[in-house]
Design a protein around this ligand. Structure first.
Ligand SMILES: Cc1cc2nc3c(=O)[nH]c(=O)nc-3n(C[C@H](O)[C@H](O)[C@H](O)COP(=O)(O)O)c2cc1C
Length: 362
């Protein structure tokens, strides 16, 4: 039986246990998208995870939506990430980077560059976004990408992945979940294109397929993962048939060669945002379509995680919120030590408070 605390091979990574730290946006970069020095302390303290999947990170200034998120497209950003990955590796850990282009989930005040965000179609996401200057503001309408721009955008993701490897990351996770750009291409509500990147299921999955295949060709299939969230209507993301879309995507990708597919369950935060029906049935359908490693996240406990490994449903289980206040999460659950609760008011604040200052258990 696979043991949550026993080593497991995830693509090119020999993970020391089957516990992943889920990607967590924490907005601790400077105005140019350079991770601040204490970001290395935060990740190094969590290096006992089998695999850290570092937070959503933009492949370009155009890919930024929120304030103070990091990038992986300038020399300063790469150098700062190198200090993070060196610190994690010095502790014997492994770390992937999640590449995230926010697409229409943006506000101009949060960005270095002028002009609107880009998206498959010029359809604004309903909702508001935090800005440090003026608080919560409506998200404006994005500009629809012109067809000739799309190959360059795929290349932007590939370059970001190559940069991630230069920055010392063991691999890259494509963020195709939670309503950001790749997910916007997948879904009928946000993609109303009539060219080869929209319309039919084959058209809507094309961008995700090209990005993932392009990255895998550049850095290796065994260093490439993809995160999906079928039916999770976060960020106003609505698809007429999320399961059909994602089964087509997984059927087109060579999932046996990828490091992993990472499923974020749709009811992780709010069951009211679930457009995919019974999460257990969804998990089984996705399991059936993934020929290699499957990771899932969303409300797992050590017990439900072990059960998912025992049944062969998952090869690794990702935990998000528990890692925020428990840098030694693995040690604590292994020895039955009580977990600390995080302070949500400090999830996205700029400093080390509520971030790199949570202590390990005595
Ligand atoms: C503060 C915060 C930031 C998050 N940022 C990201 C992110 O950058 N990328 C992503 O795919 N998911 C993100 N998520 C979702 C988590 O990765 C995870 O899937 C979710 O918290 C459910 O797992 P949990 O129940 O173990 O917390 C975030 C969640 C939280 C609470």
């Amino acid at each position: 039986m696979p043991d949550l605390f026993a080593p497991v091979t995830i693509g090119a990574v020999n993970a020391r246990n089957a516990i992943a730290m889920a990607p967590l946006t924490r907005q601790r970069a400077d105005a140019n998208g350079v991770p601040k020095p204490f970001v290395a302390d935060y990740y190094a303290a969590r290096a006992t995870a089998g695999l850290i999947i570092a937070e959503g990170t933009q492949p370009s200034f155009q890919g930024q939506g929120y304030c103070r998120t990091p990038g992986i497209h300038t020399e300063d950003q790469i150098a700062s990430w190198r200090r993070v990955t060196d610190a994690v590796h010095a502790q014997g850990g492994a770390i992937f980077l999640q590449v995230m282009h926010a697409g229409r989930i943006f506000h101009p005040l949060n960005r270095v560059i002028e002009g609107p965000g880009v998206a498959p179609s010029a359809i604004a996401a309903k909702g508001q976004m935090w800005t440090d200057q003026q608080g919560l503001l409506d998200m404006p309408t994005p500009r629809a990408l012109e067809a000739p721009e799309i190959p360059a955008l795929v290349d932007e993701f590939v370059t970001a992945a190559v940069n991630a490897r230069k920055g010392g990351f063991d691999g890259v996770e494509v963020h195709a979940a939670n309503g950001y750009l790749v997910n916007q291409f997948l879904a009928t509500g946000s993609n109303q294109r009539t060219d080869g990147y929209g319309g039919s299921v084959a058209g809507r999955i094309r961008f995700a397929v090209e990005v993932t295949q392009g990255i895998a060709a550049a850095i290796g299939w065994d260093r490439t993962g993809i995160r999906i969230s079928p039916g999770h209507m976060f960020n106003d993301l609505v698809d007429a048939n999320p399961l059909e879309t994602h089964l087509a995507l997984l059927g087109t990708l060579d999932t046996a060669s990828l490091a992993y597919v990472h499923l974020m369950l749709p009811d992780a935060f709010d069951p009211g945002l679930n457009n995919a029906g019974d999460p257990k049935a969804l998990l089984q359908a996705i399991r059936g379509a993934v020929k290699g490693n499957l990771i899932a996240a969303g409300g797992y406990t050590p017990q439900t995680a072990q059960a998912a490994l025992d049944s062969g449903t998952l090869q690794m289980v990702a935990f998000g919120r528990p890692f925020i206040a428990n840098p030694d999460f693995v040690h604590r659950i292994r020895h039955g030590i009580a977990l600390s609760d995080p302070n949500p008011d400090q999830f996205y604040t700029p400093g080390p408070e509520g971030y790199s200052d949570y202590p390990a258990a005595a």
